[in-house]
Design a protein around this ligand. Sequence first.
Ligand SMILES: C[S@@+](CC[C@H](N)C(=O)[O-])C[C@H]1O[C@@H](n2cnc3c(N)ncnc32)[C@H](O)[C@@H]1O
Length: 207
Amino acid sequence: MSGPALDWRSLLRDPSLFDTLRGQNAYLDEFVRVHQQIDWPKHLDERPSLVQRYSWALPTDAALDMVARYAPLVEMGAGGGYWTHLLRERGVDILAYDRERPHDENYFSRHQWTQVDDGTPRVLREHPDRSLFLCWPPSRSAMATNCLKNWRGQHVVHVGEWRISTGSPGFHDRLEAGFELVDKLSIPQWEGMYDMLTVWRRKPAAG
Ligand SMILES: C[S@@+](CC[C@H](N)C(=O)[O-])C[C@H]1O[C@@H](n2cnc3c(N)ncnc32)[C@H](O)[C@@H]1O
């Protein structure tokens, strides 16, 4: 694992780590604020509205740098596009798709940060020349598996939990069988979550 450990146990054990997260982007600043100003465990009451406004995962500069190394990219299930927005601000070439737009009743996202086009995993057939970016693909859903079935590119950048509540068992099986892990980075986690950034490269075809 490259970079410092930013998982929730490390953050709660060493609160000075929060100071290192300030000033990178608005979501991280909010994350630091709720941890420093709201007594445990009430800070967790802020999580639902923040994930709906920003993203289900917390981007750091180091995480964005790592994702950027695999450009050009295509993101599926981008929600309001917060990660894509931050990557575009850095000049990264990234397309973003979701089947649903942010709105006040949307469980996943309520704020549009950048252009996200209408699209489902089938559209990935058009983008074998781009790395696939998945950030918190939905659980109990075939979405992430369908991404791997439709997309023929080389690198998958995955931000999520491993075999817990993002993606599906079928997705993780397919990723492990067809790809090898080439990069891994700790990102800040909300308490009780186990998300991280991993990068996978397609294994050469057998024979
Ligand atoms: C947990 S949210 C993550 C959103 C965003 N990546 C983030 O981190 O905030 C999962 C997203 O996947 C989208 N989604 C679910 N099934 C989909 C499908 N079949 N095709 C495209 N998007 C889908 C949802 O609309 C939702 O925006």
